[in-house]
Design a protein around this ligand. Structure first.
Ligand SMILES: C[S@@+](CC[C@H](N)C(=O)[O-])C[C@H]1O[C@@H](n2cnc3c(N)ncnc32)[C@H](O)[C@@H]1O
Ligand SMILES: O=c1cc(-c2ccc(O)cc2)oc2c(O)c(O)ccc12
Length: 356
């Protein structure tokens, strides 16, 4: 095939570059993981001022034969916005690095750090199922994760304590930020309630924050037995192990934070019907859902991309999906609920109150 003009060849080169950039996308994730494994954000933070490359190299736990590769790793991390580069004009022209808003959330001691979430998303247990994606389209397995492991993510976590801890820590990372915003912005949601069950509440990060702010509220953290079996409750927090498809403890309010997104419509309908049975006081009782509502805020293009990635992650690992308001409303009314109210909490996450 011959190329006839400038325009044609330039379009071909652009397409080739586009394909290569999309294919090499994993390099951004892997360089970020490498930087965290080597504690680069913490080392630069501890230095307290722009850190010259030679100082950075000297502070990292690397083999002397690898020192010459750090500047190349830093180059891509600067390009992807995790560090910014100061070109110092001293005699040896050495570059220095500082943190950016994004890398501040990668610091070990930051209360809203995202490192555990990132590590679990890139862990081989959650990453390898992607290699089964196309195979899964040709079989009747529930998820690519199932094709890879012959069991669900939840069964895998119950059998592998190391993965269970990694997963629960990752969810805790995400919940810390949301908890503080929910308690600040949505205080009214919890006022007047006497009891609350956090279903799929993990290790209880959100329930603990709510129980601290509302000491008269009796909270139950309900999750699979392998998640809660060794956790100690307090005066107003009790841990209960069980399966939400079988039974949900009774209370005024039943809460789900990033749980519904793990399940398909049929499964969510079953859970919501269980909630209707479990709500003790039908007058003031409600279901509280903290989850994504797609399309309720016009996001920037980066947020739009995140929602699509997140939806794919649910398809590959669990049977769930991200939902728009119409999808949520259909679920609530099909399960026999009467009305609902959506409050936008943070980014594309919302708090939905659903009334019987
Ligand atoms: C995505 S995590 C969310 C954890 C917590 N709500 C948070 O946001 O930090 C989903 C939780 O649902 C729990 N889960 C899965 N299947 C369950 C079931 N059948 N019954 C109760 N909990 C379940 C998992 O163990 C996990 O802790
Ligand atoms: O891989 C994930 C990521 C999440 C996730 C991402 C961002 C957030 O703000 C919250 C949660 O949640 C997941 C999840 O619930 C799951 O069951 C499997 C994987 C992931």
């Amino acid at each position: 095939m011959s190329i006839h003009n400038e325009d044609q060849s330039s379009k071909l080169f652009q397409s080739q570059t586009h394909i290569l950039n999309q294919t090499f996308g994993f390099i951004n994730s892997m360089c970020l993981k490498c930087a965290i494994d080597l504690c680069i954000p913490d080392v630069i933070h501890k230095y307290g001022k722009p850190m010259p490359l030679s100082q950075l190299i000297a502070s990292l736990p690397i083999h002397p034969s690898k020192t010459c590769f750090i500047s190349r790793l830093m180059q891509i991390l600067v390009q992807s916005g995790f560090f910014s580069q100061h070109n110092v004009t001293d005699y040896n022209q050495e570059v220095s690095y500082v943190l950016t808003d994004a890398s501040i959330l990668l610091l070990k001691d930051h209360p809203f750090r995202m490192t555990c979430l990132l590590q679990v998303i890139l862990d081989p247990v959650m990453f390898n199922p992607w290699f089964q994606f196309s195979t899964w389209f040709t079989n009747d397995d529930p998820t690519p994760f199932y094709t890879q492991n012959e069991m669900t993510l939840w069964d895998y976590a119950s059998r592998e304590p190391k993965f269970n801890h990694l997963f629960n820590d990752a969810m805790t990372n995400d919940t810390r930020l949301i908890s503080s915003v929910v308690i600040e912005k949505c205080k009214g949601v919890f006022e007047g309630l006497e009891s609350l069950v956090d279903v799929g509440g993990g290790t209880g990060t959100l329930a603990k924050a709510i129980a601290n702010s509302f000491p008269h509220l009796n909270c139950i953290v309900f999750d699979l037995p392998h998640v809660v079996h060794d956790l100690q409750g307090t005066d107003n927090i009790k841990y209960v192990g069980g399966d939400m498809f079988e039974t949900i403890p009774s209370a005024d309010s039943i809460m789900f934070k990033t749980v519904m997104h793990n399940w398909n419509d049929e499964e969510c309908l079953k859970i919501l019907k269980r909630c209707k049975e479990a709500i003790e006081n039908k007058d003031k009782g409600k279901v509280i859902i903290i989850d994504t509502v797609i399309g309720n805020v016009k996001g920037d293009s980066e947020s739009e991309q995140t929602k699509l990635y997140y939806d794919m992650e649910m398809m590959v690992l669990v049977t769930g999906k991200q939902r728009n308001e119409k999808d949520w409303a259909k679920l609530f009314f099909s399960a026999g609920f009467n009305h609902y109210k959506i409050t936008q909490v943070l980014g594309f996450k919302s708090l939905i109150e659903v009334y019987p």
